[in-house]
Design a protein around this ligand. Structure first.
Ligand code: ATP
Length: 210
């Protein structure tokens, strides 16, 4: 039943990332999020200048184009470039506030991987994030969730949920390394990224051996 029919607040998901490049685990996470949380829409938000990423990211236009390609066939997704339009460092709290202002009746759901959750207390204004959004966490092979991580947020631990998602050990770092190795076969790349993204990477010679 839709939120409109029940007069429940609209449920809007938010999933941010460098998407350098977007990969198959991102797509699986988004499909699971839409289904499990009955979302009305899910905003996928490539980060601008992410304060916590030490490495220089690929050009915003490439990351945005790849994100559009990766999620083109997923109904309910809105690829949202607001952080790329913003000058200076991007903070999730600012993005959530703009979304809330645009959709005052909605409930926001923020989706993150377990590696991000492990560092959540270092996020800018994390307490405010908890007030605005429900946090949904996907297990990640390299950083599995532990119950004690949730206990640490008592009495706010009711604001956290886990997303059921088969563990996928793919990361954007692995994809970049694979491409830089110069021995990436089409089959190997297809295991990691959606086919249109693989074609885009090859066309624009992203991540290739220098
Ligand atoms: P990098 O390897 O460059 O750090 P990444 O693979 O972590 O990149 P991001 O674009 O930084 O990709 O991730 C966006 C979001 O997706 C983060 O919340 C991250 O935790 C989550 N995520 C990425 N890969 C996975 C995965 N394999 N399983 C679960 N969550 C993931």
């Amino acid at each position: 039943m839709s939120a409109e029919a029940t007069h429940e607040p609209r449920r809007i998901g938010v999933f941010g990332g460098a998407f350098d490049p977007p990969h198959n685990a991102h797509v699986a996470l988004v499909r699971a999020a839409l289904a499990q949380f009955d979302l009305d829409a899910l905003h996928i938000i490539p980060t601008g200048h992410a304060w916590h990423k030490a490495r220089a990211l690929s050009a915003p236009e490439h990351r945005l184009a790849m994100t559009r390609l990766a999620f083109a066939n997923v109904p309910g997704v809105v690829v949202d470039d607001r952080e790329l339009q913003r000058m200076g460092p991007t903070f999730t709290i600012d993005t959530l506030k703009t979304l809330q202002a645009e959709n005052p009746e909605c409930q926001l759901y923020l989706f993150i991987g377990a590696d991000q959750f492990a560092a959540f207390r270092q996020w800018h204004k994390w307490q405010e994030i908890l007030e605005i959004a429900i946090i949904c966490i996907a297990d990640r092979a390299e950083s599995m969730l532990a119950q004690t991580q949730f206990d640490a947020y008592a009495p706010h631990n009711h604001r956290f949920f886990t997303l059921k998602l088969p563990l996928m050990s793919v990361s954007a770092t692995q994809v970049r390394r694979l491409m830089a190795s110069g021995v990436a076969t089409a089959e190997a790349v297809a295991k990691w990224v959606p086919e249109p993204v693989a074609r885009y990477i090859s066309l624009h010679q992203l991540y290739g051996p220098g």
